[in-house]
Design a protein around this ligand. Sequence first.
Ligand SMILES: C[S@@+](CC[C@H](N)C(=O)[O-])C[C@H]1O[C@@H](n2cnc3c(N)ncnc32)[C@H](O)[C@@H]1O
Length: 239
Amino acid sequence: MPSTLRPVRSFVRRQGRMTPAQERAFTTLMDCYAVPAQPETVDLPELFGRVAPTLLEIGFGTGEALVEFARTHPDWNALGIEVHQPGVGRLLNAVDKEGLAHVRVHAEDAVPFLSNRLRPSQLDRIHVFFPDPWPKKRHHKRRLIQPDFIALLSRHLKPGGVLHLATDWEEYAYQMAEVLGNRPELNSASQEAFIPRPPERPLTRFEQRGQRLGHGVWDLCCTRASDENAADVPRSAEG
Ligand SMILES: C[S@@+](CC[C@H](N)C(=O)[O-])C[C@H]1O[C@@H](n2cnc3c(N)ncnc32)[C@H](O)[C@@H]1O
C-alpha cells in the first residue's frame, strides 16, 4: 500500500549545473548502477548480484563517504540515495573509474523508497551524514531526522545493525539525540549522546564547508537491538 509518510520534503530539487562529465555519467552509467524501477519491491541480493552485508547512505551529496566506504569494504554492498543529480553524476564517475561494482544508486527521494520498495530488516548499516539542517524554525518540519523517519530507518536495520548520523548544526544534533533516545530498540554506542568522530568517516564536502565556517561536528551512533532486547522506555512516536 503506498505510504503517506511525511508529505513535507526534506529537500528542494536544485537543478544545479551538471558538468559535461557528470551529465555523461548520468546518461551512460545509470543503467549499470541505478536501482531499476521494476520490480517494485527491491530484492537486495538480486540488485547486487550477491548476498553480502549492506550499507545504505542517504543524502550522499557528491559521494565522498560512500566511495570511501565501498573502497574500504569490498565485501559489503553499498547503496546510496541522493536526489541531487550533479552529485549522483559525480558519484557514478568515481564508482566507475574505481571499478566499485558493489555500489548501487537511487536518484530519488529516500522516504518513499524506504516506505514502499524495501523489505524491512535487511540493512547492516545506515549513514545519514550532514542532512540539511533547515535552520529557520518555520523549516524545521523539513528536517529529515524526525521520529517517523527514524522509526522507518530502524525498521530497515537488522538486529545488530548500526545507524550513524552526523551534523554540524548544534541544535539539530540535540534534536537527533532526542529522537534516537526515544527509540527503545536503538541503543546508543556510548554513554554520551555523541561520539568522537570515527576515523573511518571521511570528511565530506558539506562538512568541509562547515569547518570553513567554524561549525562544530556532532556524530551519533546506535545499534538496533533485537525486539526482545529493546530497552523498556516509552516511545515518542510509533513507527
Ligand atoms: C547538506 S547535504 C550533505 C551531503 C553529504 N552527505 C555531505 O556531507 O557532503 C544533504 C543532502 O541530502 C540530500 N537529501 C535531502 N533529503 C533527501 C531525501 N529525502 N532523499 C534523498 N536525498 C536527500 C540533499 O539533496 C543533499 O544533497
